[in-house]
Design a protein around this ligand. Structure first.
Ligand code: PRX
Length: 653
């Protein structure tokens, strides 16, 4: 156990299973041995600027070459100084003189089952046309375009068209409320809104245009609105403000050379919720972000030219930006894009899609994996998943038992799993196994990628020894890092660079084990302090999930006079059977056996669902309030389903 005064975090979880890649996988991988990974990592660490400069020259198109790799005036970084490039050029034009010209870039399936494929050549033409539409609406370099659209190819086309003319996109997930759109539009000072007549969700139509109309009434900077026809329902069009996408496209020329923009030209802002207060507009720029998304895509997914790559995220999140659009397309990959819900018309929709398109690489989130486990194996067993060769996860820690299920049931014990740790702020994956090189341990994101230099420190800012938890920081700038918070430099400095001077503070806790493997221990704010022992939420939750009746668990601290904090857990169970007092006792004993008496929960509450963000993360902050018997306070605009809170409160009474 650690020295209590230093603020280190105690670990109670010991996971010893190790899964090396098969010889077959490793022998075909681009980086196929621990030594090959280490050589790349060492080269990057020895001279990060030279490492990235060499890659930038090789991997991106330069209208004008850059003269210097990095300008670092903490906390502000600039990469590839003086260079001019264009992200849409790198994603599209760069492939047109190669065999990839006629290769599918986007293979799309709509929720009702409609299909479309766009080759690189076709996608290029659509993007050029929409870029001309943007220009005709007065959009140019630096203007902010707010995008509130369903997961259709047009969403990617809109993003790439913004990049083509040097405009800044702000994609807002199409499940947010009018209020949330207006807040983001006003903060960004958006000039143009893109939306659709509606979106399909579980067979029903979400009225996106109606929501946008309400938002635009409160977004004075937005001058015009372009509406994609997707669901064919009636919408009100405001004369002079609203235009149909298809009508504008009919008149647009497909000739639109990419605008050379400065390396540091803002490519997009993406709003992410702070735990309190107003959402932050995370700002990413062109060349550094593009290079980082491309290389991390190639390394982590061991990219092969004939792969069908499916990332199940929505383009409303950073995962969709980096691993549906910018990473895969600049690498020349074929991406599968799916519009709808994983349980429509039935709970086997994902597996039906994998079978139908012969998907090779599947990248999804722990929240989805836990839902699949809850829905039962029958849905998986109906389908042939033999095309899969690699699996990935992102967004939250994955409990080791959920990892094992993914490994066995979906991966047929043959597919490596890349547990990728990163953030909206980091632009791309920071820690992950390279699947042909690094044996995996369930629940660990394993090692940093080349060029990523992690550092774990305690409250005294000292590096912690192996197997001790502390605050995870990144010690050197990397090309994909955020360049700031939109129009709020003070908040940027305060949030990420003040507590640990000179290092980027991720806001997560982590530990590194004796083999140099990293284990993310949850958000700094979520630590539970029991009698002076600081415990991580994920370890208690993983112990619960390893019980065969538990589907999901969330652990939080609640005030306790004796211990400082007591552990309260919220548990959802598999199947339909009602939970009993006996099960509660059994779970308590189970956790005690798995990780010890110290971490045994004081309070176990059963619930049908946990409060989650719209991207599927458990909102422990709200559960903390409920466990303490308080009203859930703070920002709840990102909460996916408000009825969950009401139900949890009812259980409390
Ligand atoms: O707490 C970490 C968790 O998600 C946070 C970042 O969230 P967001 O900006 O929404 O980006 C999600 C997609 C990159 C992190 O600070 N997180 C993400 N991936 C993992 C994770 N926690 C543990 N393991 C992961 N693989």
């Amino acid at each position: 156990m650690s020295d209590r005064s230093s603020g280190q975090i105690d670990t109670v979880m010991i996971e010893k299973r190790l899964f090396p890649p098969s010889d077959d996988f490793a022998s075909r991988a681009a980086i196929g041995s621990p030594e090959a990974y280490q050589a790349l990592y060492d080269a990057a660490q020895a001279d990060p600027e030279a490492f990235w400069a060499k890659l930038a020259k090789e991997e991106l198109h330069w209208f004008e070459p850059f003269t210097k790799a990095l300008e670092w005036e903490p906390p502000f970084a600039k990469w590839f100084i003086g260079g001019k490039t264009n992200v849409s050029y790198n994603c599209l034009d760069a492939h047109l003189q190669t065999e990839r010209r006629t290769k599918p870039a986007i293979v799309w399936e709509g929720e009702p089952g409609d299909e479309r494929t766009l080759t690189y050549e076709q996608l290029h033409a659509e993007v050029c046309k929409f870029a001309n539409v943007l220009r005709s609406l007065g959009i140019g370099q630096g203007d902010v375009v707010s995008i509130y659209m369903p997961m259709t190819p047009e969403l990617a086309i809109a993003m790439l068209a913004c990049a083509r003319v040097g405009a800044v996109h702000s994609v807002i997930f199409a499940g947010f409320s009018a209020e949330a759109i207006a807040d983001r539009n006003n903060d960004a000072q958006a000039k143009l809104q893109l939306t659709s007549d509606g979106a399909w969700r579980r067979g029903k139509v979400l009225p996106l245009k109606e929501t946008v109309d309400e938002a635009l009434a409160k977004s004075p900077t937005v001058e015009k609105c372009v509406v994609l026809r997707r669901v064919e329902n009636d919408v009100a069009m405001q004369e002079g403000r609203d235009f149909w996408w298809h009508e504008l496209m009919e008149q647009a020329s497909a000739d639109c050379p990419a605008e050379p923009v400065d390396s540091e030209n803002t490519l997009f802002i993406l709003y992410t919720s702070g735990s309190t207060g107003k959402p932050k507009g995370i700002r990413h720029t062109s060349a550094g972000y593009n290079l980082y998304a491309k290389k991390t895509f190639e390394w982590v997914f061991d990219y092969r030219d004939d792969d069908i790559f499916w990332c199940t995220a929505d383009c409303g999140w950073i995962t969709g930006h980096s691993y549906i659009v910018y990473g895969p397309l600049s690498a020349g990959a074929t991406v599968l894009m799916y519009e709808g819900a994983p349980n429509f018309p039935a709970e086997d929709r994902f597996w039906e899609i994998v079978e139908k398109y012969r998907v090779n690489v599947l990248y999804t989130a722990p929240t989805a994996i836990r839902a699949f486990i809850k829905w039962g194996d029958d849905h998986v067993d109906k389908h042939d998943l033999s095309s899969l060769r690699l699996l990935g996860t992102v967004g939250e820690g994955i409990n080791p038992e959920a990892w094992m299920w993914y490994h066995k049931k979906i991966g047929g014990e043959r597919c490596p799993i890349v547990d990728t740790w990163w953030q909206t702020e980091t632009g791309g994956i920071m820690m992950s196994p390279l699947p042909g090189a690094i044996p995996t341990k369930p629940g660990s994101c394993t090692k940093p990628l080349p060029g990523v230099i992690p550092s774990i420190v305690d409250e005294a800012l000292e590096e912690v020894p192996a197997d001790h938890g502390g605050m995870l920081c990144i010690a050197h700038p990397w090309p994909g890092m955020l360049r700031g918070i939109w129009r709020d430099d003070a908040r940027y400095s305060e949030q990420y660079w003040t507590k640990v001077p000179g290092k980027y503070l991720t806001g997560d806790n982590a530990r590194c084990d004796g083999d140099g493997y990293y284990w993310i221990m949850g958000r700094i704010d979520d630590v539970i302090n029991v009698s002076g022992h600081r415990l991580s939420t994920i370890e208690v939750e993983s112990a619960l999930v390893s019980h065969d009746r538990v589907a999901e668990a969330a652990a939080v601290g609640r005030p306790d006079e004796l211990k400082g904090q007591a552990i309260a857990v919220f548990v959802t169970i598999k199947g339909d059977a009602e939970p009993t007092e006996e099960l509660r006792q059994e779970l308590r004993a189970h956790v005690r056996k798995e990780i010890g008496a110290l971490a045994s929960p004081d309070d176990i509450r059963f619930t049908a669902a946990l409060p989650k963000t719209r991207s599927g993360k458990i909102m422990r902050r709200l559960l903390r309030d409920i466990a303490a018997g308080k009203e859930a306070a703070g920002d709840t605009s990102t909460l996916e389903d408000f009825s969950v809170l009401a139900k949890l409160r009812q259980n409390d009474e």
